[in-house]
Design a protein around this ligand. Structure first.
Ligand code: UDP
Length: 467
């Protein structure tokens, strides 16, 4: 049998060092590796993945030049991302030059086909061009939020941004179904820098040779149509990635497997799974309201309480729980520091996901067919939540202050009653669409085949042309 033409192609992948960005990049790496590409993962020192979880890949650490204080700025991810874009330019250039030089002399016949970098690492455009390497972008968020990011200059010009408290409920005629409160916001050192970063991300993505999304056409066709009107580059929606590769841990955090043993003991579709991702933080009062609301809901719940979930706390979060809380629950609640989320969302006992609507969590919920209670914190989460609750209608949104009574009410709304029933039905349809689109002949499956041909067919000469 003839060897696949891409058998000797190496792909260099460079994820942004945030959990929600590392996971999908590694999943993509697994998908491409299982299609005969060789994989090199470049990573920063900050949040470096554990190579022992991925023995088939080559890992190269870049000196990110971040000081200890800068690395611990995960709460201000905008400032952190901006710094990485500044500080990684030189080490990345040196690393790529070396890899390209080595391939010339190695004599193995292996060729570096391209760099696949995270959209948030917009500075990679200039670096890839300077070493004449083709650059493909992976956007780890959704298409729907990206097309709103694209409108930021317009939203600034018309005064919708930066968001003013007094205008939160004002509709935005330019974006159907959106109000001012549904626009991206962020607590960061400078909101102007935040909007500038998003605009750079959009512009430098537009200038790439191809664009991959962890999403699927059936979910985001209208945003995709909008995008294609302005972006004349090859676009590949090949997600959800998790459907191709088994849930793989990146080794940055260790999931607590007791979550699954506990779920095994619960009734079908009875459990509320609560997790706000890897970055979002709450204050002590919100923590207490959530704990009490969950207890008062009378539903079993699995709650991820990361050690850094409560802002500015020196002690363990558990110490904030009311006296006798755990005993009072009598096993009805299970609290872990980190859960095997993809497995949790596929578990038959899970009936709802109270989420911050990070894109990975949103997609994982759709893959598991689990309706959502949306409580976005910042940036694209706000847009995703609006899509989930008002456009796709696969969840309900908890708006305003976090209060125990509101929590009890929204859980009831989703878990019982007609509205919840409709939402569950719609979610089931999306889950089936995921199955179809990732099977042979489906849209994501076809897009993956197209992407593989796209990479494999580009001759080394193409690299000369992108200067
Ligand atoms: N996650 C996990 N265990 C947890 C919480 C989160 O494995 O207890 C994973 C989740 O499956 C997802 C990622 O962390 O893949 C979070 O990404 P997302 O885009 O949802 O949010 P972010 O962390 O970027 O805000």
């Amino acid at each position: 049998m003839e060897e696949p033409t891409h058998h000797h192609l190496r792909l260099i992948l460079f994820p942004s060092p945030l959990q929600g960005h590392i996971n999908p990049m590694l999943q993509l790496a697994h998908i491409l590796h299982s299609n005969s590409f060789s994989i090199t993962i470049l990573h920063t020192k900050l949040n470096s993945p554990d190579p022992s979880h991925h023995p088939h890949f080559t890992f190269l650490s870049l000196d990110d030049g971040l000081s200890q204080t800068e690395s611990s700025m995960e709460e201000d991810i905008i400032e952190l991302t901006r710094l990485i874009n500044v500080k990684c330019v030189d080490p990345l250039r040196a690393c790529l030059r070396k890899l390209l030089d080595d391939q010339q002399v190695s004599g193995t016949g292996e060729r570096i086909a391209c760099l696949i970098s995270d959209a948030a690492l917009y500075a990679t455009r200039e670096v890839a061009e300077s070493v004449k390497l083709r650059r493909i972008v992976l956007r780890t968020g959704g298409v729907s939020s990206f097309v709103i990011f694209k409108e930021i200059p317009m939203l600034l010009e018309k005064g919708y941004l930066p968001i003013q408290e007094s205008r939160l409920d004002e509709p935005i005629p330019e974006i159907e179904g959106f109000r001012v409160r549904d626009l991206p916001a962020m607590k960061t050192a400078s909101v102007e820098r935040y909007y500038q970063l998003l605009t750079s991300m959009v512009e430098e993505t537009k200038a790439s040779s191809g664009l991959i999304w962890n999403s699927f056409e059936e979910l985001e066709h209208s945003a995709l149509d909008t995008l294609c009107q302005e972006f004349s580059l090859p676009i590949f929606l090949i997600g959800p990635f998790q459907k191709y590769s088994a849930a793989s841990s990146d080794g940055v955090r260790t999931p607590d497997q007791s979550s699954i043993a506990w779920l095994d003991k619960q009734e079908p579709k009875s459990v509320i799974y609560v997790s706000f991702g890897s970055v979002a933080a709450i204050d002590a009062n919100q923590f207490l309201e959530i704990a009490t609301g969950l207890a008062d809901s009378n539903h079993p719940f699995l709650w991820v309480v990361r050690p850094d979930l409560v802002r500015g706390l020196d002690s363990e979060c558990h110490e904030l729980l009311p006296d006798g809380y755990i005993e009072m629950l009598g096993g009805r609640g299970h609290i872990v520091k980190w859960a095997p989320q993809q497995e949790v969302l596929k578990h038959p006992a899970v009936g709802a996901f109270w989420t911050h609507n990070g894109w990975n969590s949103t997609l994982e919920s759709i893959c598991g067919g689990v309706p959502m209670i949306c409580m976005p914190f910042f940036s694209d989460q706000v847009i995703n939540a609006r899509y989930v609750s008002h456009i796709w209608k696969i969840g309900v949104q908890l708006e305003g202050r976090v209060e125990r009574e509101k929590i009890v009410e929204i859980i009831k709304r989703l878990m019982t009653g007609n509205e919840g029933e409709e939402i569950r039905k719609t979610m089931c349809q999306f889950k089936e669409k995921v199955q179809v689109c990732t099977s042979a002949g489906g849209s994501s499956h076809n897009a993956l085949q197209n992407f593989i041909s796209f990479i494999a067919s580009s001759s080394p000469l193409d690299l000369e042309r992108i200067t």
